[in-house]
Design a protein around this ligand. Structure first.
Ligand code: PTJ
Length: 247
């Protein structure tokens, strides 16, 4: 048991959630490595949401509200770290959840679906009757009424290949990735360089605030956003944070 007084309490609890996910068969063993990489990049951000991340989160909320058919992709790390938050975001922007795994097994897909349902998820795409073009068979399996035909896909903690394949299908891809240099970060239409534990509640918060905003105003927000520039700002923020640290 980790005492609340521990200076790294929150970070250690997050780690525990991933370990628990692996033990329950929800999270892939590779998810532990991904978590470690994420933690390292989060250190470089000062473990806080930066200005550029907040900007991307606001635009992501606008894109999700404007979408005709948005879908939220869920993997083993997402299911372990933010299951309630992702369900809440799906309800707020009217987007179904679809389990889409890199290290896919039917057993883990079903366990994650059950996990989400047990926490109240109702809107789930559960078929695997279509394939994302140009991706290896197992990884490319998706629901024809879900990710396959979506216009906007939110892909937290994604691998670069699939992100690119979705973008190549003409979809707007919103990625959440603490590593601004990853292929996912570089391939996505909108990249949120933030921890998923902060990013999902932030997007939901913006979606709540923007819900009654007219479409032309939302479209203006999206039009004014440039992903390359925002990623460059994210790197500047990391450099600025490191430079400001006392030696
Ligand atoms: O459940 P599966 O089979 O779909 O597998 C999921 C993982 C995440 C294991 C799989 O997609 C994978 O191996 O991903 P990568 O290639 O390790 O990439 C994960 C990316 O997410 C890395 O760039 C990490 O920096 C980033 N990341 C890790 N934890 C977080 C994160 N980004 C945001 N929030 C986090 N908590």
């Amino acid at each position: 048991m980790i005492p609340k007084s521990h200076p790294r309490y929150e970070s250690l609890m997050t780690r525990e959630q991933i370990v628990e996910g692996v033990e329950k068969g929800i999270t892939s063993i590779h998810g532990l490595i991904a978590q470690g990489r994420g933690e390292a990049f989060d250190y470089l951000l000062g473990e806080k949401t930066t200005k550029s991340a907040l900007n991307a989160e606001k635009v992501a909320a606008a894109v999700l509200l404007l979408a005709k058919k948005p879908v939220i992709s869920v993997n083993g790390n997402v299911a372990a770290l933010v299951p309630e938050d992702i369900i809440n975001l799906g309800n707020t922007v009217n987007a179904p959840l679809e389990v889409n795994l890199f290290h896919r097994t039917e057993e883990r897909v079903n366990k994650i679906i059950e996990h989400l349902r047990s926490l109240g998820a109702k809107n789930l795409c559960t078929k695997s009757d279509a394939l994302i073009p140009c991706l290896e068979h197992e990884r490319g399996k998706v629901d024809s009424d879900g990710i396959f035909s979506a216009d906007v896909v939110l892909v937290p903690l994604e691998d670069g290949d699939r992100c690119k394949a979705l973008a190549d299908m003409g979809k707007t891809v919103i990625a959440i990735d603490l590593n601004p240099l990853s292929r996912t970060a570089q391939c996505a239409t909108i990249t949120i360089v933030d921890n998923i534990t902060r990013a999902i509640p932030n997007i939901s918060g913006f979606a709540e605030k923007l819900k009654n905003t007219n479409n032309s105003e939302l479209q203006r927000l999206v039009k004014d956003f440039g992903n390359k520039k925002n990623l460059a700002n994210a790197l500047d923020e990391i450099a600025g944070y490191l430079a400001s640290r006392p030696s």
